[in-house]
Design a protein around this ligand. Structure first.
Ligand code: AMP
Ligand code: MG
Length: 485
């Protein structure tokens, strides 16, 4: 039986006022080759894998899938606290796929050529960073963290000029939407109040239909965004994920992780960890992420105050209350998560003391974040690790055991809980680089495929994951990541 590829695209974003987008086609490339296809994701989307494999043109922008009316989206954003106009400068939204389950997801090409929002940029992307996005987003998905996903990577047969020439590539991203805090900031700054309201109503319909009938749906919108952001950033903190560029244009209203430019995972526990080459002040350091989430939320609140109450002065105290609640929401999410990482089922107030003590010891002994929790989960402690040799850790361990003994759960139940909350592996920077290097320099995709395979279930604790638990020798002290490359 031959099946066609089952694209089922809608273009609802274009029912918004025209200022929110520009109609633009991807710019055709010389010689597309589909080098990576995410088959399980394709299935979820209702797409036919064999057909897709025959169609590198779609993933390179040379041909449009049936039903696509492509656009670039307009948005603004605070980049390192400076407000500016942005927009999809190298991305094109092909349309929204309605999945067999009835979900609506954006299908977007990134690296697909210049758009009206490209400013000085070439609209293109290099293969290495697109593979990086693929690996990191799929790793986040494996960790059960909300994220946009990667459906495919195609090379273009063209080179992109950066410090040197690199092979060009396009990644196909799948997201529950690309509406950002920066989209609202754009509407508030350059649109009318009607434009802003249209965006807010669209967002509510698409992501939060339950609040539509609330007394003040726009205040509810702020609360919902706050909830999702608090939950998301807590999840990041709990696995040591450092986003690297939490500008307001990179914060999705849906609560998914988006924009995988300079992100990286922390090795040894240190709140000041930064990998991004441009983050010289450490604004987006690991330990600052929760606060930056709050800062971004405040920018979101400012942009919709006028919808909450046409007298913004009256809206202000309502919004402030939500932003203050964000801090508690975040703390709750984080504490609940870390309790589970320690096998603690019910909360007790002085758990925070136990938790703080462990984190302090980890910081003091430069202990690897992932592997410390892995060791606690397996109850196996390598004598070569400084933290585990220390008297203070041994005392802490006893206190922890006493705390676990207060519970009714069996040792097995506790371990099961810990296993589902402590990944055995994360995408270590040296492993990610190794996979990208093999792909880019030698067209060898096996290293990447193997990495993706072990990362697809990081909670599996299988033997083939073990080699991926090894820490880089210098804790990645000199490791740097780059944006917009
Ligand atoms: P990012 O750092 O990826 O969040 O990008 C910030 C802004 O720069 C967005 O508006 C991007 O579309 C734009 N941008 C990044 N790289 C390029 C490029 N090569 N060409 C055009 N625009 C770009
Ligand atoms: Mg961005």
């Amino acid at each position: 039986m031959t099946k066609h590829n089952e694209w089922n695209l809608d273009n609802s974003y274009q029912r918004l006022p025209g200022i929110f987008y520009s109609r633009v086609s991807p710019v055709a490339v010389k010689a597309p080759i589909l080098i990576k296809l995410n088959e399980s994701l394709a299935k979820e989307l209702g797409l036919d894998i064999e057909e897709l494999k025959k169609e590198p043109d779609i993933f390179a922008g040379n041909q449009l899938p049936e039903g696509s009316v492509p656009i670039a989206q307009a948005y603004a954003g605070h980049q390192f606290a400076n407000f500016t106009m942005l927009g999809d400068g190298r991305a094109v939204l092909l349309g929204e796929q309605i999945t067999p389950e009835g979900r609506r997801v954006d299908i977007q090409l990134k690296g697909s050529g210049r758009t009206p929002y490209s400013r000085g940029g070439d609209g293109r992307a290099a293969l290495g960073p697109m593979l990086r996005e693929y690996i990191m987003s799929e790793a986040m998905h494996g960790l059960n963290i909300p994220t946009n996903r990667s459906l495919a990577v195609a090379t273009t047969g063209e080179s992109v000029q950066r410090e040197i020439d690199f092979p060009g590539a396009i990644v196909t991203r799948v997201a529950s939407s690309h509406i950002r805090v920066g989209t609202f900031q754009f509407a508030r700054q350059w649109g009318t109040v009607d434009d802003l309201r249209a965006l807010a109503d669209y967002t509510i319909d698409r992501h939060f239909p339950d609040i539509k009938e609330d007394d003040n749906p726009y205040l509810s919108l702020l609360k919902e965004v706050s909830k999702r952001q608090a939950a998301l950033i807590a999840k990041w903190q709990l696995v040591g994920f450092i986003h690297g560029v939490m500008n307001t244009d990179n914060m999705a209203i849906s609560g998914e992780t988006i924009d995988y430019g300079p992100c990286a995972f922390m090795n040894s526990y240190d709140k000041s960890t930064v990998f991004s080459s441009i983050d010289v002040q450490g604004r987006y350091a690991y330990g600052n992420q929760p606060d930056i989430g709050g800062w971004n939320l405040a920018r979101f609140a400012e942009s919709i105050l006028i919808l909450i109450n046409e007298d913004e002065q009256k809206a202000l105290p309502l919004a402030k209350e939500v932003i203050e609640e964000y801090v508690q929401l975040y703390d709750q999410n984080y504490l609940n998560g870390i309790r589970k990482k320690l096998g603690i089922v019910k909360e007790k107030e002085d758990d925070t003391v136990l938790i703080r003590r462990l984190l302090d010891l980890m910081e003091q002994h430069k202990a690897d974040f992932t592997n410390t929790f892995r060791a606690l989960t397996l109850d196996q402690f390598d004598d070569n690790i400084r933290l585990f040799q220390s008297k203070a850790f041994k005392e802490w361990y006893q206190q922890w055991q006493d705390r676990l003994d207060e519970q009714n759960e069996s040792k097995e139940q506790v371990q099961q809980l810990m296993r589902t909350h402590n990944p055995s592996i994360i995408p270590r920077n040296h492993r990610v680089e190794e996979a990208i290097e093999a792909a880019v320099s030698e067209a060898d995709y096996q290293v990447m495929d193997q990495l993706l395979s072990v990362l697809s279930n990081p909670y599996a604790y299988t033997a083939d994951q073990e080699p991926y638990t090894i820490e880089p020798p210098d804790s990645d002290d000199n490791y740097q990541t780059f944006c917009g490359t």
